[in-house]
Ligand binder design. Structure first.
Ligand SMILES: NC(=O)c1ccc[n+]([C@@H]2O[C@H](COP(=O)([O-])OP(=O)(O)OC[C@H]3O[C@@H](n4cnc5c(N)ncnc54)[C@H](OP(=O)(O)O)[C@@H]3O)[C@@H](O)[C@H]2O)c1
Length: 339
């Protein structure tokens, strides 16, 4: 049995779901993978919880609506460095908010974890988008895992397919529907809803954020495309390299034209190999019925890779709610040690 220490940063929707999932799956992970997963610390902004033993974890996980501060292991002012220094190195589970302009607070956390010899799985994409090249180089130099399935469409296995299943193949094109919100809104527009009404409906159902601009202006798709493309094709795209157009300017005429031609309008993140170089873009594209992503409706997501040797490989769907995201984080942890 291999003992693995886990430190969690961020105790919001995803962080709490991860704690609950760990309680549900811990015994299974021991039985099936020989991994004794031990949550040793959880950090919020004002401090953190430190595990003193197994019972503490179980009381924490039994009811995640209880504030972290009410548990016996609560330590005001606890820093990540304190938490990492208390046990042998394991995996940092990073679930703080994604700030794709500064990368903080995640950027400091990821560098600190790598500097202390910890592997990483991140649900947050901010720091990875801001500093991918340096983080990847640092992790490789130190022989540590830097995984981020939760940040790249959660349970949809975009990265695993790109980096494991397609190993050795050249990626000639990636087409991804990577944001469920925009796919949902485009679907409602197609059914004759106005943009404002479709957005309001998506917000009421909790599909769109209160500030939906990141999704509808295409930046969420661009951030995910950047991380997937850099991992799949071993390149160093930055956000500046991606031409980004969202769905605000989609008109009823665009949708009617696509429908009249038997096509479906989708917001795609695309990486295209042409004339010896890659270009990357995010924009609404009318796709043919033969396209593997054509049938995706509602909040579904999917990705299709065109390769030189394996043809087109596509995966679709998978949950992207907090539990689905937590499950992709757990998958990363298992695969770090299985590798
Ligand atoms: N929600 C989803 O379904 C989903 C899906 C895929 C990916 N993600 C990504 O997962 C991440 C977490 O999402 P979420 O929905 O769980 O967010 P959330 O509910 O807003 O939770 C964020 C947590 O991060 C903590 N935090 C903020 N700054 C911190 C700092 N400096 N040090 C320690 N903790 C800090 C917050 O602390 P306080 O408790 O002190 O406020 C809060 O507990 C985001 O990056 C998001 O983009 C989310």
């Amino acid at each position: 049995m291999k003992k693995v220490s886990l430190v969690l940063t961020g105790y919001g929707n995803v962080g709490k779901s991860f704690v609950r999932l760990l309680l549900d799956k811990r015994e299974d992970c021991a039985r099936r993978y020989g991994l004794d997963l031990e949550l040793t610390a959880v950090l919020r902004r004002s401090g953190g919880w430190l595990a003193e033993g197994c019972e503490d974890f179980e009381s924490l996980a039994a009811d995640t609506t209880v504030p972290l501060e009410s548990h016996s292991g609560w330590t005001p002012g606890l820093t990540l460095e304190d938490a990492l220094s208390r046990t042998s190195a394991g995996v940092l589970v990073e679930c703080t908010p994604s700030n794709w302009r500064t990368g903080e607070p995640q950027l400091d956390f990821l560098h600190l974890a790598l500097d202390h010899g910890w592997n990483i799985t991140a649900a947050s994409k901010g720091a990875l988008v801001v500093d991918f090249k340096n983080l990847r180089a640092k992790a490789r130099t130190k022989g540590l895992a830097l995984k981020f399935s939760g940040a790249t469409a959660a349970a949809l296995p975009t990265l695993d397919v790109a980096t494991i299943s397609l190993a050795g193949a050249d990626i000639l094109r990636i087409d991804g529907i990577l944001t469920g919100t925009t796919n949902y809104i485009l679907g409602r527009l197609e059914q004759g809803e106005s943009f404002e009404a479709a957005l309001a409906e998506a917000q009421a159902k909790g599909i769109a954020e209160p500030d939906p601009s990141m999704d509808i202006d295409g930046w969420d798709t661009a951030c995910k495309l950047l991380l997937i493309a850099n991992s799949a094709a071993e390149i160093d795209l930055t956000l500046k390299d991606i031409k980004v157009e969202g769905i605000r300017s989609v008109t009823a005429a665009d949708l009617s034209k696509a429908r009249a031609e038997g096509k479906a309008l989708k917001l795609l993140g695309r990486l295209i190999w042409d004339e010896g170089r890659y270009t990357a873009e995010v924009k609404p594209v009318a796709i043919e019925p033969s396209h593997p992503l054509y049938r995706l409706t509602g909040t579904s997501k999917g990705i299709a890779f065109l390769t030189d040797t394996m043809g087109t490989v596509a995966v679709t769907d998978g949950k992207s709610d907090p539990r689905g995201t937590a499950a992709s984080v757990l998958k990363d942890i298992i695969n770090i040690y299985r590798d």
